[in-house]
Structures are given as structure tokens and as C-alpha cells.
Design a protein around this ligand. Structure first.
Ligand code: BGC
Length: 775
């Protein structure tokens, strides 16, 4: 498409056949061209942490090869950096690689919430928290799109498991959707404006995401102002015409000869308005136009520079979970032996399996990296200790490793999940490390207590049954092709760990809030824990955890001081801002980075709310003795919850608790704040209870007037009966009309309802016509 052409002028020249063809791809990875009008096909490719461009015949699941590309840390690792600048840089590099390969759209990032530790794709997702997921998702999109390449934000929405993923209905109430599962998408869409959004496979409250008009049009376009293209997940479309009508523009891969025929027939028979088709085609043309806008020559992939970035990024992602006796960093002296144990030190696991699987340009191996980084006369000796693709305890391997541990100064055990344990396509059934690894660990610790564990896993593993054997645990996640080099940098202290947990590590799987409902049955998964996902649930139940959300140690230490808040503007004027600041000082003896986390709680809310929720964070780099002032600005939305009855975000005036800290359970400074906000309009009708009428200032005044007072000025009837009031206060007022002696006869109640009905009518007329939640 030449640069002068534009979507609207082309649209008028297209035949119905051509328009229908543009709403599906031409093959597995390309949009459809219209050669006579110079509309080219553009290519899309996975994926979130590295390009997976399949050259010719595509198999889709990564079994056949893809062109070499840098494998950056996967999302679970990147999220642990809590560093949007870093994620943006990785996004830029992904965008450059895409341009070098003439790929127009990168199919990522995936920002679905980690509802359960068992989800097979948790390695591809950022966090259990929507603020963190949204900020990092937006950063990734910014980075990719800064290179003139589109991003595809996925998988929209409520795709939180792999079990039955093409059919299961995620049954989620609207408040939970809004506050948890949509909030990250909302932030990423409104802030970073991705070129495309990918709908998910699953159903949401009974309707396939690909056909979900409320999700694809009402929320995404009308509320969030999304102006890009909605693409299906690969194979997510079941009824092409219904999907088009709901707002799905591009079907991938194309159901050629079926979907295009269905679209043509639907337009011809009047089932589908041609205007709907035109709107989708215009968005496809806009995407092609965006993708072909650049006149710059494609960059050449600088594999070395990108590998260096992958290594730098991986060092920022590791989370130092524990570090007893300051075992790390290792400080080997001449003549020392470091026992490196575990097959993963030699055969690294650094990415997940499925559609995001990258063919790396090279792979760092931790063992070799350690060997080349230690000072002279330090021996780095290796024993495999266990086999990766088995849980059997190989006595010979174990004995060799234990003997090595016994003669070394320090032991570093590389443990983790085998690739077969976690992948796109299926969920895990437990969160344990393989038994042969944990059994070995106990024996290693007996032989040498100076034991550090380095973990490689994409989803959370249980630590409670083995971590006592290790003085230090460094969670490296699946950190990409340079994971081995990064591990060496961190173990030897060339880089100070600064990662923080983007998800809670529970003591037991059974403690996870979704446990009783995951992954559902008979085609439905009930999101029964509601908004209490991840730390929101553990905190509400006051459950002990192995390591809380936001946790991560450093080789240095940080002190917090001077928490200050100021309130500017007013909620009713729409300009409320709560400015929060504190000072953070590096009190240790080496450079390090602290992730300052701001949590907000609303203990006086009229609805159940989490004890605290992450609302902002900042990563600060500090030299020893250096202090940084960290500033945050909260808006009304940050203090609000979603009211289904009012169909709006609600800020309830009153006391809020603010805390800054180093994790969700290491709150260093706290304060309370009074925020003024107008009272919520109560819905007063015959089914409103007596208590609800009394709680509303207008309702209460009307009620008191209607019931009247005795000669001493005391309320009459039920309002003067302090014993009976708590007993029948939760009756709807219309039911009480039948009760004698309360002063609430039918005429009195009818008159009350009449008096408030004007206000009620106003509120009702603001409700949207159809929402998918009430059936
Ligand atoms: C995955 C998507 C991916 C697509 C194309 C699907 O199976 O769910 O994340 O982008 O395939 O490979």
C-alpha cells in the first residue's frame, strides 16, 4: 500500500468478496492482500519474549523451527524486575528484531492475571496483580511500537487457565472482572494504544470472547477508546459472522472458503449490516497502513547487543528469596572449591513451551559462565545430581553430588521444573519440584550446610518442604537465553539482585484463593474467590505464605523515612490527587536497587475490599548512603471500587490506609488519610430495607417525617422501638407495610417511594441497556 493511500479511500473501491477476504488471514501468519489495489499482506509472529518467525510451513506450536531470535526473559521473569524502563527496552529490541525479519506485528505481551499457580502459561504472564501487569504490559507495547511494529495485547479476557481453554466459560462477576481481570488491559490499552488486541479462546460468562460484544465493543472500544484491530487467538472463532458483529476484525488462522463465504452470505441476506463489515475492513486497512508506513530500511539484527541486553535484563529479574548468614554473594578465595550441582547448571531451562517458544541465537550455560568468572585458583566442580526428565532418584548421580558437596567450601544447587511440567496447552496438577531434586537437596545440606539454591521455573513452586536445607534461594524464573550468565553475575555479586515477587509463593497449593474452584468442571470455571486473587486473598484470610507478593532481598539494605501525603483537588470536581512521598536510603555498603511499593486499603468501605492493594511502585537505584525521594500520585480511581448497581467506579469518602514498603507484608511506613467524597446515592424503593432507608440522609428524613413523633418528640412506631429495630431492620420496607403498629402502612410506604422516585428514575435511566451479567 503506498503511503498516499488511506483506509477510507480504499474501502470504497473494494468488492464485497475482497472485503470479506480481508477479515481473515491469507495463511497462518499473514493478512490477506488485495493485489489489484496494491494492498499487501503483512506478517504477524509470536511472541512475547522473543520473535518466533516461522519461515514457511507453519505448525503453530513451535515444533517446527523458527528463525533464530534473541530469547529474552519470559514474562514471569521480566515482571519480577518491577521495572517498566527495562521492559520497554526489551520491547524495543523485540520490535527491532521484528523489523529486521519484516514482521509487522508481534503477538504479545500477554497480561492475563495469574489466578492460580497451576496455570500452564503463567510463565507467559506477568503477575497476580493488575496494576503491575498493566504497567509492564504498557511498557512492552510502548517499546515494540516505538520501532514501527505493532504489538498484540493478549489474551482478552479472563484466560487464566489452559484446561479446556477453547470451551471453558470463565464465570466471573462484573466487579471482579473490572477490578482484577480487565484492569491491566484497560491500563495497557488506554496508555500504550496497542495496534491490536487478541481475544482469548475461552468463554466469559457463557459467551466466547471472540463473539463477546460487551468485551470487544462496549468495554474495549466505547469505554477505553481502543482504535486498533481485534484479532482472534489462533482458532478462537466459532461463528465468523457473530464474531464480526461483536467487534472481532481479523480471524486467524483463516478458515478459508468457510468464514469468507459466511460473511458474504450474511451481508447479502441482511444478517450482517455491510457497515459492520466496512468498519472491520477499515481497521484491517489501518493496520496495514501503520505497518507499511515506515520508509526506513529494515535494521540488521545485532545479535551480540541483544544478547547483552538479554543478560542485563535477566540479572534484574532474579529474586533473592532468602540469604541466611549472607551466604551470597559467593566470595571464593584461591584454593576454594564451589560445588555446582544439578543438571540445569549444564542443560539450562530458560523458556517455556508452546507458541512462545523461541529458537535462541545462543544460550549461556551457568556452569561455564561461573567457571570463566571466578578468580584464578578457584575450582568450579560439577556433578549432575539428578536427571531432568525423570523424578526417579538416581543413586549414583546423587552419591557423586553428595561427595562433591562434602569437599567443597560452598554448594550451589541448580534446581527447577522440567519443560514437560509447564507449557501452553495444559495446567499443572501440583506445584512441587521433582522429588529426585528435593531428596537430593536434603542430602547435600547434610554434607555441606553452605548451600545456595538457584531456581529455574516458569510458575511458582512450593518451597516449604525443602527450603530449610538451603541458606540462600535465588529464584531466576525462566530468564531467557542469557539466564546462565545472569546467574553467574548474581551469584558472584557482579550484579546485586533487585527482583521482587510479582506473585505470592504460598506455603501450600491448597492455600491459594482459587484452589476450590480451579480449573472448574463441565465447561465452567467459577471465579468464586472474586476480587480476592493472590495476595488480596492471602491477606484477607491472614494466611501465612512462604514469601509474600513484592518480596525480594538485596546484597545491601534500605531504610524508609518521611512518608508524607497531601491531597489536592476534590473528588466531586474530578481533579482529586493524593500526592505521596517518602525517602529511601541505601544503608548498606554496595550499590543496589529498591522497589518501593505503595499499597492502599479502605477499611471503612461499605463492600468487602482487599486489606491492601498495590497502587503504585518505583524502582530506585542507589549508591551506598544515597537517598532518593520517591513520589507517587494517586487518583480517585486508585481509591475506588466497581459498583455493579451504579455501573461505575465508586470512591467512598472516609479513612484510607496508605503504606509504603518493601513487600506487601513488609510495610515500612504507614499513614491514614481522610478523603471527602459525596455519599453514595442509595437505591430506595420498596425492596430497600428499613436500614437502607435509614442510612440514606434523604430517606431517613422522609421516613422520620412520615412516621412522626410523640408528644415528647421521640420517633413513633418502629423508629422508636430500639429493641425491634435491629431485628426487623433488614426487612424490605414494602414487607413491613403489612406489619401492624410500625407506622409503615401501605399508604405511608407508597408515599415514601413516590417521593424518592424522581431520583431513582434518574439513576435508572443511566444504566446501559444490556450487560452480560444478569441472566
Ligand atoms: C496462542 C497465542 C499465540 C497464537 C499464535 C495461540 O495458540 O494462544 O498466544 O499468539 O497461538 O501462535
Amino acid at each position: 500500500m503506498n503511503s498516499r493511500s488511506n483506509a477510507s479511500s480504499l474501502l470504497g473501491q473494494l468488492t464485497l468478496e475482497e472485503k470479506a477476504s480481508l477479515c481473515l488471514g491469507s495463511d497462518f501468519w499473514h493478512t490477506a492482500p488485495v493485489e489489484r489495489l496494491g494492498i499487501p499482506a503483512i506478517m504477524v509472529s509470536d511472541g512475547p519474549h522473543g520473535l518466533r518467525k516461522q519461515p514457511d510451513e507453519a505448525d503453530h506450536v513451535g515444533i517446527s523451527g523458527s528463525v533464530p531470535a534473541t530469547c529474552f526473559p519470559t514474562a514471569c521473569a521480566l515482571a519480577s524486575s518491577w521495572d517498566p524502563r527495562l521492559v520497554r527496552r526489551v520491547g524495543e529490541a523485540l520490535g527491532r528484531e521484528a523489523r529486521a525479519q519484516e514482521v509487522a506485528v508481534v503477538l504479545g505481551p500477554g497480561i492475563n492475571i495469574k489466578r492460580s499457580p497451576l496455570c500452564g502459561r503463567n510463565f507467559e504472564y506477568f503477575s497476580e496483580d493488575p496494576a503491575l501487569s498493566g504497567v509492564l504490559g504498557a511498557a512492552m507495547i510502548d517499546g515494540v511500537q516505538s520501532q514501527g511494529v505493532g504489538a498484540s495485547l493478549k489474551h482478552y479476557a479472563a484466560n487464566n487457565q489452559e484446561t479446556d481453554r477453547l470451551r471453558v466459560s470463565a464465570d466471573v462477576d462484573e466487579r471482579t472482572l473490572r477490578e482484577l481481570y480487565l484492569a491491566g488491559f484497560e491500563r495497557a490499552v488506554t496508555q500504550a494504544r496497542p495496534w491490536t488486541v487478541m481475544c482469548s479462546y475461552n468463554r466469559v460468562n457463557g459467551v466466547h470472547a471472540s463473539q463477546h460484544a460487551w468485551l470487544l465493543s462496549t468495554i474495549l472500544r466505547d469505554e477505553w477508546g481502543f482504535d486498533g484491530l481485534v484479532v482472534s487467538d489462533w482458532g478462537a472463532v466459532h461463528d465468523r459472522v457473530a464474531a464480526l458483529a461483536a467487534g472481532l476484525d481479523l480471524e486467524m488462522p483463516p478458515n478459508l472458503g468457510v468464514s469468507d463465504a459466511a460473511i458474504r452470505t450474511a451481508v447479502r441476506t441482511g444478517r450482517l449490516e455491510e457497515g459492520v463489515l466496512d468498519a472491520a475492513v477499515a481497521r484491517v486497512l489501518q493496520l496495514v497502513e501503520r505497518a507499511t508506513a515506515s520508509t526506513e530500511p529494515s535494521p540488521v539484527l545485532d545479535a551480540d547487543a541483544h544478547h547483552a541486553l538479554a543478560r542485563a535484563a535477566a540479572t534484574q529479574c532474579a529474586v533473592l528469596l532468602k540469604n541466611q548468614d549472607r551466604l551470597l554473594p559467593l566470595r571464593p578465595a584461591a584454593g576454594d572449591t564451589i560445588a555446582v550441582i544439578g543438571e540445569f547448571a549444564r542443560t539450562p531451562r530458560y523458556q517455556g513451551a508452546g507458541s512462545s517458544q523461541v529458537n535462541p541465537t545462543r544460550v549461556d550455560v551457568a556452569l561455564g559462565e561461573l567457571r570463566s568468572a571466578v578468580p584464578d585458583q578457584v575450582e568450579v566442580a560439577f556433578a549432575a545430581g539428578y536427571g531432568i526428565d525423570t523424578t526417579d532418584h538416581d543413586q549414583e548421580l546423587a552419591a557423586e553430588a553428595v561427595a562433591l558437596a562434602g569437599r567443597a567450601e560452598v554448594v550451589v544447587a541448580f534446581l527447577g521444573l522440567p519443560a514437560a511440567d509447564e507449557s501452553e496447552g495444559f495446567d499443572r496438577s501440583h506445584m512441587d519440584l521433582p522429588a529426585n531434586q528435593t531428596a537430593l537437596l536434603a542430602r547435600l545440606a547434610d554434607a555441606n550446610p553452605n548451600l545456595a539454591v538457584v531456581l529455574a521455573n516458569g510458575s511458582a513452586v512450593r518451597l516449604a518442604d525443602w527450603e530449610r536445607h538451603a541458606k540462600a534461594v535465588l529464584e531466576c524464573w525462566l530468564s531467557g537465553q542469557a539466564a546462565g550468565g545472569a546467574a553467574a553475575d548474581l551469584l558472584l555479586g557482579a550484579v546485586n539482585p533487585s527482583g521482587r515477587l510479582a506473585e505470592t509463593l504460598p506455603l501450600r497449593l491448597e492455600d491459594n484463593p482459587s484452589y476450590l474452584n480451579f480449573p472448574g468442571e463441565a465447561g465452567h470455571v467459577r471465579y468464586g474467590e472474586g476480587i480476592f486473587v493472590g495476595y488480596r486473598g492471602y491477606d484477607a484470610l491472614d494466611r501465612q505464605v512462604s514469601y509474600p507478593f513484592g518480596h525480594g532481598l538485596s546484597y545491601t539494605s534500605f531504610a524508609y523515612a518521611d512518608l508524607a501525603t497531601t491531597v489536592a483537588g476534590r473528588h466531586q470536581d474530578g481533579d482529586l490527587v493524593v500526592n505521596v512521598s517518602c525517602r529511601v536510603t541505601n544503608t548498606g555498603d554496595r550499590h543496589g536497587a529498591e522497589v518501593v511499593q505503595l499499597y492502599v486499603g479502605d477499611p471503612e468501605a461499605s463492600v468487602a475490599r482487599p486489606v491492601r492493594e498495590l497502587k503504585a511502585f518505583a524502582k530506585v537505584d542507589l549508591d551506598p548512603d544515597e537517598t532518593a525521594v520517591v513520589d507517587f500520585a494517586l487518583t480517585a480511581r486508585d481509591l475506588s471500587w466497581w459498583s455493579t448497581s451504579l455501573n461505575d467506579w465508586v470512591l467512598e469518602g472516609g479513612e484510607f490506609q496508605l503504606a509504603v514498603g518493601a513487600s506487601s507484608r513488609d510495610l515500612r511506613l504507614t499513614t491514614t488519610l481522610d478523603i471527602a467524597a459525596p455519599a453514595l446515592p442509595a437505591s430506595l424503593d420498596g425492596m430497600a430495607t428499613l436500614q437502607e432507608w435509614l442510612a440514606d440522609p434523604t430517606g431517613s428524613a422522609l421516613l422520620h417525617k412520615a412516621v412522626g413523633t410523640d408528644e415528647d418528640g421521640r420517633p413513633k412506631g418502629i423508629l422508636g422501638n430500639e429493641e425491634l429495630l435491629p431485628v426487623i431492620g433488614n426487612f424490605p420496607i414494602s414487607s413491613l407495610a403489612a406489619f401492624p403498629g410500625l407506622g409503615l402502612s401501605h399508604p405511608v410506604v407508597d408515599a415514601l417511594i413516590d417521593q424518592v422516585s424522581t431520583r431513582e428514575q434518574r439513576a435508572t435511566s443511566e444504566q446501559p441497556a444490556s450487560r452480560p451479567f444478569e441472566s
